[in-house]
Design a protein around this ligand. Structure first.
Ligand code: PLP
Length: 482
């Protein structure tokens, strides 16, 4: 076993998987049909030789996207913190679940500490008045928020189901994440019962429209139970005005969940935590340290106020796991707070990285990342060809178009815009083929916008002025003859 793992590390090094100089390609893009030929992907009756396995590992590394590259800005996550990765490997090496203290003693303590510190970070009461759990991703963390809110509003739903209840409805902004829609489907509410609240020109939820939508729902005889506000919307990176939204929720007696999957990390920064002002007024929060902060995938926290609330809403009391007559304090068995049975240990990697860096170190990495975003913004603001989607920068992502030289100085008709939207995809294609840069693009239907680039900067690898300059220069180079 150890020999195999040592060999794996060697291959990762030989293939420069962790290269942070930016000199290696961020991707070696090959079309699926070609890739199939390149790798011997089929599984067979006979075992493979040691050599074949080594080749398979090597090619996996070679043809995978190098998220550790300073030129990867394609998603909301990127490379990981070194200690985080070590923690992740440690977890896997000890192959365990997280539901009972019995089977995960150390991991149980680590998860609790991570939750305690995270509660403190967002200004929630500490345990047992605050609580939390690590979830398989932010979509699930958001669904936990919906489940908790619904249980609070109509506790009988747990045993009796939805039949006989008025139509339950929830609210999120136009810019909110689609996981709320999925949650509405999975929870039997239906996607039509997610009311989309309008955003202002910076992509932030408008509290006046929230109020109006709640009123509209009540007039229709529906039962509002959940408001989702977002800190760091997925595309524009906007932060909803939490104090105003919290005031509406208080007046209307509604559960306020904050989807801070992306923006929650800014809470670590003294300079930027202002963007999440009011988060402590909410009932629950979702935060993905696996995004900006660089905890290894997956690491998502659901945090909630209310003693025992998480347990009461989710427990099913399975006696084969959660025997009440164990020889230790069974309140350390956290599994019945979860919707899952077996639960991957996601707290340990975050714990190890937090332990190694200290809150101070994590804070610094956030400030370094935000310095880079601001620098990128300042540089493209006035640079010929670059065009910002939002009138000012108040979020965490930067959305922009790049107008190639051949399209400048023309009248900006509908056709011109359509062409620009196609250009965005074309420039992206060139990035991928060239393998030198990855920045994602997106349309935004509620604003009637076609494709634009979404520049994302994360803490790992730490971005620099040079990596920001590189991205700007590269886009200009790739689009020069378009
Ligand atoms: C990424 C994201 C999610 C979903 O998180 P996953 O871990 O990808 O499921 C939810 N909300 C926002 C705002 C996000 O950016």
């Amino acid at each position: 076993m150890a020999k195999l793992l040592k060999r794996l590390v060697e291959i990762l090094e030989e293939e420069k998987a962790f290269d942070r100089t930016g000199e290696e390609p961020v991707v070696r893009f090959v079309q699926p049909e070609e890739l199939q030929k390149e790798l011997s992907i089929e599984l067979s009756e006979e075992p493979s030789s040691e050599n074949e396995i080594e080749t398979a590992i090597r090619k996996t590394v070679r043809y995978s996207v190098k998220t550790f590259s300073p030129h990867f800005h394609n998603q909301l996550f990127a490379g990981t913190d070194d200690y985080g990765l070590a923690g992740s490997w440690l977890t896997d090496a000890l192959s365990s679940s997280q539901y009972t203290y019995e089977v995960g003693p150390v991991f149980t303590l680590m998860e609790r500490e991570v939750i305690e510190k995270s509660l403190e970070l967002i200004g929630y009461p500490s345990m047992p008045d605050g609580d939390g759990i690590l979830c398989p991703g932010g979509s699930l963390s958001n669904m936990y928020g919906m489940v908790m809110a619904r249980y609070k509003a109509v506790p009988e739903v747990k045993t009796k189901g939805l039949a006989g209840l008025p139509q339950l409805v929830c609210f999120t902004s136009e810019g909110g994440h689609y996981s709320i829609l999925k949650g509405a489907h999975w929870l039997g509410l239906g996607t039509e019962n997610v009311y989309k609240v309008k955003c202002d020109e910076l992509g932030r939820m408008r509290p006046d429209d929230l109020k109006a939508e709640i009123e509209r729902a009540r007039k229709q005889g529906h039962l509002p139970f959940f408001v989702n506000a977002t800190c760091g919307t997925t595309v524009l990176g906007a932060f909803d005005p939490l104090p105003e939204i919290a005031a509406v929720c208080r007046e209307e007696n509604l559960w306020l969940h904050v989807d801070a999957c992306l923006g929650g990390t800014l809470q670590l920064s003294r300079k930027y935590r202002d963007r999440l002002k009011g988060i402590e007024l909410s009932n629950s929060v979702a935060w993905n340290p696996h995004k900006m902060l660089g905890a290894p995938f997956q690491c998502s926290l659901f945090l909630v106020k209310g003693k025992n609330a998480l347990h009461e809403a989710n427990c099913a009391g399975a006696r084969y796991l959660f025997q009440q007559d164990k020889h230790y304090d069974v309140s350390w068995d956290t599994g019945d707070k979860s919707v899952q049975c077996g639960r991957k240990v996601d707290g340990a990697k975050f714990w190890l990285m937090w332990k190694a860096r200290g809150t101070k170190g994590l804070r610094k990495s956030v400030d370094v990342a935000m310095f880079a975003v601001e620098y990128f913004y300042e540089r493209i603001k006035t640079r010929p060809g670059f065009r910002l989607v939002l009138p000012q920068f108040e979020g965490c992502n930067i959305c922009f178009w790049y107008v190639p030289p051949s399209m400048r100085g023309q009248s900006e008709t509908q056709e011109w815009w359509e062409k620009l939207y196609k250009m965005t995809a074309k420039i992206k294609e060139r990035m991928m083929i060239d393998g030198t840069l990855m920045i994602g693009y997106s349309p935004l239907s509620y604003k009637n916008l076609g494709n634009f680039f979404r520049m994302v900067v994360t803490c790992q690898p730490p971005p620099t002025k040079a990596s920001m300059d590189y991205a700007i220069d590269k886009i200009e180079e790739l689009a020069a003859d378009l």
